[in-house]
Design a protein around this ligand. Structure first.
Ligand code: ADP
Ligand code: MG
Ligand code: ZN
Length: 624
């Protein structure tokens, strides 16, 4: 249809063009019929051509080239012809029919075009209408048994979650077995966990194992501009699922539709709310023995509407956490299945040095290592490739080309040495993995600490230690140069945050006591926190501020004191750093051990208690 219109337009254009070219633009003088008659009488006309009503001719006296030809409209009357004959003027008739097709087309072209365009638009409108109809259709992708090749083997390191969902697979394989005993399988299963931990992967694996159709749809696919569309999509999805039962419906990123109702600006009946209501209705509307299981994934269970979580809906929550050391090793194994590796590669070492990495991070790590190995045309991935990739993922890319003045380099070296030395001399902090003054990402230098094991609770000693380490950079600068630089900005930011949480969230201050004070500015946009107001008095606010300040300044003094006492070692570490640019944990230990520092109950003498330090992902210290 579109083509046809295009051809028609081209055709008409060509004709118009032809006509334009064919019509002489000049040379014809338009004259009145009466003047023509007079001219004939006076014998000024040489010859005449009749064409329909049009009369064209040439003047006898053609010395003046500009008015050689003329044109007029009038009847070729009997009398005129007689006169012409008398005067001896040659005349002929041109067929009016000639070119009639073009003229007809030309006459009709605008109308034709209009009709064509009308038809075209009608079509378009109709198509649009169809689309409007199909708005209500769900956008779920259906993976059936044959397309879906993911199995539990592909999911590693989340054994508990896997075990929990195993039951679902059993049910889908042989529903009778369960229903015969009157058992009721949960209708809805909610996978909860941080991004990249394999929630989507797990859901696909369930479908793959169970060998049933698997409808996958993202929460945001329901939401459309028009009110009511989401709801009708939900209806359609469930209707479709019922036809394919037993099957699994998987709503990824459920929080896109499942947010707390009544929250957010504007309030009232918005589209999302209707969609959510429909989802609730549908989930109530089928029995679990119909063989439909609704699964959903989210990394924000806290913003979900409570109605979604009540029994009969998503009554079972499966937590998919970040993997622990063993889990990370398993995941690395899964992703390096098809990657040739040197014998020196020890996945357990890599797993140990990547605390806080999610499955997706680890997959990325393996990929980066492979790319790095490929860049050097190696056939196998080495440990160095992994080390490089890890540094890149954690600390950003090295910026070797960045030009830094010597004095700036010196300040950075002392700053990093300060971090490293304080870390070494303060019990309860994580061992130093690497110190470097090669700029990386936004940082001029990096001190990287790695915990010996994953930690889930933070003790006050650990937190104070962490604050001291973070402040060690600034303290070293102040001692050596008597000057403060902007390089410590990021350190201070993190210190303040830790101190604030110690006081406000973890009840670690005597003066304020074991009370929590809101989650600060952790605002979920459109979340219920919007309405949160400060729930404590001005006095308490002042107490909080002064406690935060005293934690920070106290630790700063301690760090400074520690460095002053070991100023020789600080100089030494800084010099080695300036010389070699990178020091690893072992070298640092050598330097310090050989110089007998004061305050030496160091981490390697008394191993850190299991309730160790940072469980944050960003276990490294960055300077900007
Ligand atoms: P989520 O849905 O939790 O955000 P995904 O399931 O999309 O995370 O995970 C992204 C990718 O990370 C997966 O495709 C997979 O390659 C990898 N991955 C994540 N977790 C795991 C895991 N536990 N085992 C193996 N691979 C994983
Ligand atoms: Mg996902
Ligand atoms: Zn720093």
């Amino acid at each position: 249809m579109k083509n046809l219109v295009l051809w028609l337009v081209i055709f008409v254009a060509i004709i118009a063009l032809y006509q334009l070219v064919n019509t002489p633009r000049t040379g014809y003088e338009e004259i009145p019929y009466s003047e023509f008659l007079t001219n004939v009488e006076t014998g000024e006309v040489k010859d005449v051509v009749f064409k329909g009503e049009e009369i064209k001719g040439e003047y006898a006296d053609s010395s003046d080239s500009e008015t050689k030809s003329f044109k007029t409209i009038g009847p070729a009357s009997e009398q005129l012809l007689t006169t012409l004959e008398e005067k001896g003027i040659t005349f002929k008739f041109d067929s009016d029919k000639e070119g009639s097709l073009t003229s007809i087309l030309l006459n009709w072209a605008p109308l034709l075009l209009l009709v064509v365009i009308m038809v075209f638009f009608m079509r378009q409108l109709q198509a649009g209408g169809n689309k409007a109809m199909s708005f209500g259709k769900n956008k779920a992708r259906m993976l059936n048994e044959n397309q879906n090749k993911t199995t539990f083997k592909d999911v590693a390191g989340v054994d508990e979650a896997k075990e929990e969902v195993q039951e679902i697979v059993e049910f889908l394989r042989s529903p009778k077995k369960f229903t015969k005993l009157g058992g009721r399988i949960p209708k809805g299963i909610l996978l909860v966990g941080p991004p990249g931990t394999g929630k989507t992967l797990l859901a696909k694996a369930i479908a793959g194992e169970a060998g049933v159709p698997f409808f996958i749809i993202s929460g945001s696919d329901f939401v459309e501009m028009f009110v009511g569309v989401g709801a009708s999509r939900v209806r359609d999805l469930f209707a479709q699922a019922k036809r394919h039962a037993p099957c699994i419906i998987f709503v990824d990123e459920l929080d896109a539709v499942g947010r707390h109702r009544g929250a957010g600006l504007g309030g009232g009946h918005d589209e999302r709310e209707q969609t959510l209501n429909q989802l609730l209705v549908e989930m109530d509307g089928f029995e679990s023995n119909e063989g439909i299981i609704v699964m959903a994934a989210t990394n924000r269970p806290d913003v979900l509407d409570p109605a979604l979580l009540r029994p009969g809906r998503f009554d079972r929550q499966v937590v998919v956490p970040r993997p622990d050391v063993r889990g990370r090793e398993e995941i690395l194994k899964v992703h390096s299945r098809n990657t040739p590796m040197e014998d020196d590669v020890e996945l357990s070492v890599i797993a140990r040095s990547t605390p806080g990495f999610s499955g997706a991070d680890l997959e990325n790590l393996v990929n980066e290592s492979a790319l790095h190995a490929a860049r050097f045309s190696r056939m196998k991935i080495t440990m160095d490739d992994f080390e490089y990739a890890k540094d890149k993922v954690i600390m950003g890319v090295e910026r070797k080309s960045m030009i830094i003045s010597d004095s700036e380099k010196k300040i950075t070296a002392y700053h990093e040495a300060g971090h490293a030395l304080v870390a070494k001399l303060t019990p309860g902090t994580d061992p130093i993995h690497k110190v470097t003054i090669i700029p990386r990402g936004m940082a001029l230098g990096v001190t990287q600490q790695l915990p010996i094991e994953d930690r889930y609770t933070l003790s006050r000693t650990n937190l104070n230690g962490t604050i001291m380490v973070l402040l060690g950079g600034r303290a070293a600068e102040e001692i050596v140069f008597g000057e403060r630089t902007s390089g410590a900005g990021n350190d201070l930011e993190r210190v303040t945050e830790i101190a604030r949480r110690m006081v406000c969230e973890w009840g670690m201050s005597e003066k304020v006591g074991p009370i929590t004070f809101g989650k600060g500015d952790e605002q979920v946009f459109l979340g219920k926190e919007m309405s949160q107001t400060k729930k404590y008095s001005e006095e308490t606010a002042m107490d909080i501020d002064s406690e935060i300040k005293s934690i920070v300044t106290g630790n700063y003094e301690k760090a400074k004191h520690l460095l002053e006492e070991n100023i020789d070692i600080l100089h030494m570490v800084a010099e080695v750093l300036l010389d070699k640019e990178v020091i690893d944990g072992k070298e640092l230990e050598e330097i310090i051990k050989n110089n007998k520092p004061t305050n030496y109950p160091s981490p390697w003498d008394n191993p850190i208690s299991p309730e160790g330090s940072m469980a944050f992902r960003d276990n490294n210290i960055k300077d900007t």
